[in-house]
Design a protein around this ligand. Structure first.
Ligand code: DHB
Ligand code: FE
Length: 289
């Protein structure tokens, strides 16, 4: 059976793409952000996930407001990126893992989840940039991906409770995948940020830190909040943190607990409070690191 070996979570911000392109990683503005990822690189090289199931939200590149699925799962052999208008260079296509895509799709439908199946799917900065952060310096990350899009951009949003259940269902599907591949789950988005309106620039450090802590010790904590409560606490774009919840819920299927491998929190990059978290499933949550 497939083995779930890691949970990764990262913010995604278009400006990161420009910083990488221009080689600004050690500039004072960027260093505290990029240095956060450094301890993760040798760990990932050791753990070597082969397949990455990525929870993220599209921002209008693949889905626009006229057709907005709540949950959409990729089933392509390859995922292309395209110009989103941020001025960042278009990334090379990422390989898909069709075998896991179809297993996941079959499993989620059998589990009564309403999903859209996408045999073609453009992936935007929310998918491409975290791959460059976790596997820097490579033209393409050395993993095959299964992108899972969660609508966080147009109301009605899925509730945190429902996203958690989706994550559990994805975790069950990975656990029942007849494969020897090493699988990681990744979430991208958040943490608190709001790009428009009266509260543009809104950041809520206290909430973000509590949310990150809950990922370690109380994974269901954020499911108590409604979509509007999440907007109030994290900002209109901060609701992207729903992806983190799905990632963490998937890990609960693999093991009762997690060990925090590494984390970072840095304010702000552009308008966003950035978070990074790497978790490893452990059978005993009190196990020594
Ligand atoms: C920013 C953050 C995002 O999550 C995003 O998708 C686009 C822009 C920002 O802070 O600039
Ligand atoms: Fe975003």
């Amino acid at each position: 059976m497939a083995q779930l070996v890691a949970g990764l979570a990262s913010s995604h911000i278009p400006a990161i793409g420009n910083a990488i392109h221009k080689g600004l990683q050690q500039e004072p503005y960027w260093q505290p952000f990029f240095d956060g990822y450094k301890p993760v690189h040798p760990w990932l090289a050791q753990v070597q996930p082969e397949v990455l199931v990525g929870f993220y939200n599209d921002h209008g590149l693949n889905f626009f407001l006229d057709k907005m699925p709540t949950f959409a799962v990729g089933a392509a052999t390859e995922y292309h990126n395209a110009d989103e208008g941020w001025g960042i260079p278009t990334s090379a296509p990422v390989a898909g893992c069709q075998a896991l895509s179809w297993h996941l799709i079959n499993s989620l439908i059998a589990d009564e989840f309403a999903i859209v199946t996408c045999q073609e799917m453009l992936v935007d900065h929310a998918c491409t940039l975290p791959l460059k952060l976790f596997w820097p310096g490579q033209e393409v990350a050395p993993v095959q991906i299964v992108p899972i899009n969660i609508n966080t951009v147009q109301f009605p949003l899925p509730t945190a409770k429902r996203v958690y259940k989706l994550g559990q269902a994805v975790g069950r599907a990975i656990a029942s995948w007849d494969s020897t591949q090493r699988v990681a789950v990744m979430a991208t988005g958040g943490l608190s940020h709001q790009l428009e309106g009266e509260r543009a620039g809104f950041i809520n450090k206290a909430f973000d830190l509590q949310f990150m802590q809950s990922m370690e010790t109380n994974p269901e904590w954020a499911t108590q909040f409604s979509d509007l409560e999440l907007v109030e606490k994290a900002g209109t774009q901060g609701v992207e943190l729903l992806a983190w919840l799905a990632m963490r819920a998937a890990l609960t299927v693999a093991a009762p607990g997690v060990r925090k491998v590494h984390g970072n929190y840095h304010i702000p990059i552009s308008n966003t409070a950035t978070g990074l978290l790497v978790l490893e499933p452990v059978s005993n949550r009190f196990a020594a690191p």
